[in-house]
Write a protein that binds this ligand. Structure first.
Ligand code: UD1
Ligand code: CA
Length: 483
């Protein structure tokens, strides 16, 4: 065997089957685009494919082709997109993929399904090694299930050699009783599977060209067909309906939670804590019950999150505390305190040791170090300087009905309760604001801004005009003393 042949023998292509309709999902969304822990099913499968460092990745698409292709192109730009034609079935899907691979490629082809998301690259590597050791033409992955419903059954001969795979709908009663199932993941020698597929028909209950039929064809032709039995059946779970999606989601989440616990994160109630695959947590983060950490959220050490908090694409600095909060695209710096009941929208940035308190909404605004918005406020399109305290019930009136405007507040400002900042407006460093101020004009540094009209008290008005009411009685008692 020459060096070139040797090298090409060791070469690898991964084919991801993702052209099926996914009827059982009963959804308008393509099956493989349903998410598990923040990533579509096919994203998990593509990540596994990439981890094998193959020479080629081909993804077979057909149903909702454009949506699936758009995701694949973004996630794995190097992947080859292959369109399946009107002939249905997993066998046809692999056939079109093989036709699209360079003819010079003579290596092994790993076939995996877009709807089997937990199958990992370590398992596949072991299967590829076995396949090569045995010089097999085909190696399938199998597992034994207590309830094999829905899967293809693996039929072995008296010597334990794999004879064929029978789909449930085509199985005899005896075959249907077999508990060893086909995981739908295989390693094939390219030429062998290509030849075998050419002879596969569509004479089955579904009228489809089944990939599984190559197993019988190859073993009848006397070729070496191997099967690797995997003990952890859950790795091989296929998602065909939303009940399976829910089961696999629960499984994956508990694996992710456990992984973070082993990495030093305190997670008080794993069952009520959901962490997407893209999240990063430092040791000594504490996560209280009812927390969802989504997207690319990053949390530094000694921060406490929850209870009952959702963070999407949000960063939280060291030692910060985030309680009963919803945040998207926000930054919370070290030592800051957010919540309870705070809403941080994209572009909200809470500075070091800053505070955002109860019933406060912040959008596209920078709060510098130590700035506080403690109570009942809306802050949008604003910059708030270091050490500034915004009084309870502040509103930035940032929208004139057509355009958004900026509010700029300096350092160490103290605004009174119930202030409206009519943007665009600027408040200078060290300025104060009186309660109830409507700030329409800029305030120079150090000034006290007042905009309230003078208060006038009409003495005895209630007793004179609301005679006999509890208010009038209380007023009269207060002014004449208790009898
Ligand atoms: C398939 C296997 C079955 C195995 C099971 C494991 C066949 C005939 N059956 O059954 O033995 O136990 O997986 O999960 O292969 N697809 C295409 N083009 C098609 C049809 C399907 O690309 O024309 C894709 C689907 O998008 C999916 C994968 O192939 O990602 C499997 O198809 P699916 O219809 O889910 O097959 P199962 O009935 O689950
Ligand atoms: Ca399936």
């Amino acid at each position: 065997m020459g060096l070139n042949e040797r090298m090409s023998d060791a070469s690898l292509a991964v084919v991801v089957l993702a052209a099926g309709q996914g009827t059982r999902m009963k959804s308008s969304r393509a099956k493989v685009l349903h998410e598990l822990s923040g990533v579509p099913l096919i994203g998990h499968v593509l990540a596994t494919a990439q981890a094998l460092e193959p020479d080629h990745v081909a993804v077979v698409v057909r149903h909702q082709r454009d949506e699936v292709a758009e995701f694949v192109t973004e996630f794995s730009p190097e992947a080859l997109m292959v369109d399946q034609d009107e002939v249905p079935g997993t066998g046809r899907a692999l056939e079109v993929a093989l036709e699209a691979l360079p003819t010079a490629f003579t290596g092994d082809v790993v076939v995996i399904s877009g709807d089997v998301p937990l199958l990992d690259s370590d398992t596949l590597r072991a299967v590829i090694a076995h396949h090569r050791d045995q010089a097999a033409v085909a190696t399938l992955i199998t597992t034994v299930l207590e309830d094999p419903t829905g899967y293809g059954r693996v039929v072995r001969d008296d010597h334990g050699l794999v004879q064929k795979v029978v789909e449930e709908r085509d199985a005899s009663t005896a075959e249907a009783a077999l508990q060893e199932v086909n995981a739908g993941a295989y390693v094939f020698q390219r030429a062998a599977v290509s030849d075998a597929l050419a002879g596969v028909g569509t004479h089955n209950a579904q009228g489809e060209k089944y990939l599984t039929d190559v197993v019988e064809a190859l073993s009848q032709a006397g070729s070496a067909v191997q099967a690797v039995r995997v003990e952890d059946s859950w790795l091989l779970e296929g998602i065909n309906d939303k009940a399976q999606l829910g089961d696999v989601q629960a499984r994956l989440n508990s694996m992710i939670v456990r992984g973070w616990q082993l990495a030093g994160v305190t997670i008080v109630d794993p069952a009520s804590c959901f962490i997407d695959v893209g999240v990063e947590l430092a040791p000594d983060v504490t996560i209280l019950p009812g927390v969802q950490l989504q997207g690319q959220t990053v949390i530094e050490s000694n921060a406490t999150i929850g209870p009952d908090t959702t963070l999407l694409d949000t960063s939280v600095g060291e030692g910060a505390s985030v309680v009963r909060t919803h945040a998207e695209g926000a930054e919370i710096a070290a030592g800051a305190s957010v919540g309870p009941f705070s809403y941080l929208r994209p572009g909200a940035s809470v500075g070091e040791d800053g505070k955002v308190g109860a019933f406060v909404e912040i959008k596209n605004s920078i709060l510098h170090r130590g700035a506080k918005v403690p109570h009942l406020s809306y802050i949008g399109d604003a910059e708030i300087g270091e050490g500034t305290n915004i009084g309870a019930g502040a509103i930035t009136a940032n929208y004139d009905g057509v355009q958004k405007h900026q509010t700029t507040i300096g350092a160490h400002v103290k605004t009174g309760s119930h202030t409206v900042f009519v943007a665009p407006v600027e408040i200078g460093d060290g300025a104060y604001g009186a309660a109830g101020a409507v700030i329409r004009r800029s305030v120079p540094p150090g000034a006290l801004a007042m905009s309230v009209s003078t208060q006038r008290n009409v003495e005895g008005w209630v007793e004179a005009n609301r005679k006999g009411t509890p208010s009038a009685d209380a007023a009269s008692q207060a002014s004449h003393g208790k009898k």
